[in-house]
Design a protein around this ligand. Sequence first.
Ligand code: MN
Length: 129
Amino acid sequence: MKARTVVIIEDNEQNLYLMRFLLEKNGYVVKEARDGQQGLALAKQINPDLILLDIQLPDLDGYAVARRLREQEGQRETPIIVVTSYAMVGDREKALAAGATGYIEKPINPDIFVEQLRAHVPAAGEETP
Ligand code: MN
């Protein structure tokens, strides 16, 4: 059985901690990047099953990261879920236009976070024989 690997690209330590905790509790293997360039390199290196992407990052914004991920050989089809506190009208569309698969709003709700991911990525995190 292969554990599902998730790359989280997020610069906020509390959000990183919470997402890592919830994902590991559900059997995911988690790798972290704290800025866009690091995230692009990490994704290229390990080809994760899922990418969680913050929009407000220290270098590139999440939209630019999503666009560049889609240009990387291994990340053309990888589910990318944008996780952001941006709630402005149009941001969801902007994220999807940049190549994101889905969108989860902060603050993260620990009770439903993994279910939200599974809604965007069917079977993600479920053990398969
Ligand atoms: Mn941020």
